[in-house]
Design a protein around this ligand. Structure first.
Ligand SMILES: Cc1cc2nc3c(=O)[nH]c(=O)nc-3n(C[C@H](O)[C@H](O)[C@H](O)COP(=O)(O)O)c2cc1C
Length: 184
């Protein structure tokens, strides 16, 4: 059972989540690669996929979507788990009281399109990390909007326990399915 964890990350925090998932799956006895979606990847050799992207302005990074489009044939026939890394801050809800773990709130707003044609087991949103030092001019304008006004959004809010539980669940499920008798 060979698993690919593929990620799209602008500033590295999503990469960190992907590498952590790789390590947990390996601890569970699976053979796992963890690669940037921009690397030219031979997806044929993998039996299952975990694909994650950082969220920017409600969307996955375009490289992650391109990866899915390019590999749609393989991803349609093998189990796929998706994750998005985005919200930051101490609050679990936005000003309207909506959960930040809902894709309609934090993104990707077009999750239905991303999932179309692939064999998705689950999509999860994890809290991410945000360093205002990384912001360029345009991003600073975005952060002045209502959605991201709060300065306390800065920091690393990745919840490793939650990510570990998710990764272990994937590993267990893959191992159970590999052991299950083939139904004829
Ligand atoms: C300009 C900008 C826009 C963002 N837009 C969103 C968003 O729409 N939804 C969200 O949950 N997080 C958003 N974030 C937070 C990032 O997704 C978060 O910082 C993420 O962990 C970054 O991942 P990376 O370090 O892998 O690039 C935004 C951050 C920036 C700088």
């Amino acid at each position: 059972m060979k698993v690919l964890v593929a990620f799209a990350s602008k500033y590295g925090s999503t990469r960190g989540i992907a590498e952590f998932i790789r390590d947990k799956l390996r601890d569970g006895g699976l053979e796992v690669d963890c690669l940037d979606v921009r690397e030219s990847l031979n997806c044929m050799k993998y039996d299952a996929f975990v694909i994650g992207s950082a969220l920017y302005v409600g969307h996955w990074m375009k490289e992650a979507k391109q990866f899915i489009t390019l590999n749609i044939g393989i991803l349609s026939s093998r189990p796929v788990w998706l994750f998005s890394s985005g919200p930051t801050g101490d609050k679990q809800v936005n000003a309207k009281g909506q959960s930040l773990l809902e894709h309609a709130v934090s993104g990707p707003v077009d999750l239905d399109d991303i999932e179309r044609g692939i064999n998705v087991r689950e999509h999860r949103i994890f809290f991410g990390a945000f360093d205002p030092e990384n912001l360029g001019y345009f991003s600073r304008q975005f952060f002045k909007t209502d959605m991201m006004r709060n300065a306390s959004l800065a920091g690393d809010y990745r919840n490793w326990k939650e990510i570990e539980t998710w990764a272990n669940g994937i590993g267990q499920r893959l191992k159970d399915e590999a052991l299950a008798p083939v139904m004829r």
